[in-house]
Design a protein around this ligand. Structure first.
Ligand SMILES: Nc1ncnc2c1ncn2[C@@H]1O[C@H](COP(=O)(O)OP(=O)(O)OP(=O)(O)O)[C@@H](O)[C@H]1O
Length: 271
């Protein structure tokens, strides 16, 4: 096992009396594709929201390791005054959403430039006076946007309105936008939802290319088991908020606890 990029340690997340995640532990290895799966209501999206800094876990911690040290995601989002989920993005965690959230009235390329706002907007004065540093940052942002459009096979759509793209392309645009933040870890929430089989195949190729060519680490929630088994190096299974299985695709696919959870029967009935 290579070094973990992300560690989820004893995370419990409560909404009043509802326990969405209970004492969850798992690691995301650097340069691998890890899938988080489980039946509906298992707590996958809640876990994602904790990892990406949208929620502060009620208990436990989530650590992102990097060459620049270790960041505690819960600590970043609750930092006094400046804290928030943007600090998780800044630390190197990007995400896409179950329901696509693009700027629909902006062009495709504008969506990618907005994502790079932090890199380009050094300060107000450099923008007003269009200093050489500011112009270089702008050029780099445009280059990065077109680079990811090419990689996601969207270059021909650069000037179309994002909201006018077919659904499968909008999904790829969300991934391109996340990649423009130069993440260490990209978290994809049901990227194949609503895609037809051809689009799903294309998505699986894109994810494998991202991992192989860019040494990217991917954490994905997905219900399409064909896709999960094809692309994942490691699978974590949640049921009723708890981890019930963790291992290779072969291990998880043959685990009686996982089969029971998906069939809605007890483990003894499967064995
Ligand atoms: N903001 C919230 N307030 C109260 N309960 C919540 C909230 N978010 C999630 N829950 C509850 O937590 C549990 C886990 O929900 P979650 O959305 O994380 O599951 P999931 O595995 O992502 O489900 P699905 O596969 O259907 O998207 C559910 O019982 C859900 O009703």
């Amino acid at each position: 096992m290579t070094a973990p990029l992300l560690e989820v340690n004893n995370v419990t997340m409560r909404f009043g009396g509802i326990v969405a995640n209970r004492n969850v532990n798992f690691c995301v290895e650097k340069g691998k594709i890890t899938a988080l799966i489980g039946p509906n209501g298992a707590g996958k999206t809640t876990m994602f929201n904790c990892i990406t800094g949208f929620y502060r876990a009620s208990e436990g911690n989530i650590l992102l390791h990097g060459e620049d040290g270790t960041q505690d995601i819960g600590g970043l989002i609750t930092r006094p005054i400046t804290g928030g989920s943007h600090l998780a993005t800044r630390a190197g965690i990007a995400r896409t959403f179950q329901n696509i959230r693009l700027f629909r009235e902006m062009s495709v390329v504008e969506n990618l430039l907005v994502a790079q706002h932090r890199q380009t907007a050094n300060n107000l004065l450099s923008g007003v006076f269009s200093t050489p540093t500011y112009r270089r940052a702008e050029r780099e942002a445009v280059d990065r946007a077109y680079y990811w459009l090419e990689r996601m096979h969207l270059a021909g759509d650069a000037n179309r309105l994002a909201g006018e793209l077919p659904y499968g392309r909008q999904r790829r645009l969300e991934i391109a936008r996340a990649m423009c933040t130069s993440p260490k870890l990209i978290c994809l929430d049901e990227p194949a939802a609503g895609l037809n089989p051809a689009e799903t195949r294309e998505l699986s190729e894109v994810l494998q290319i991202l991992r192989a060519d860019h040494d990217l680490t991917v954490l994905v929630i997905e219900h399409d088991m064909g896709l999960v088994m094809r692309i994942s190096n490691h699978i974590v299974v949640l049921d009723h908020g708890e981890v019930i299985s963790d291992g290779t695709p072969e291990h998880v696919a043959n685990d009686p606890a996982v089969i029971a959870a998906y069939l809605g029967v007890s483990e003894e009935e499967v064995q």
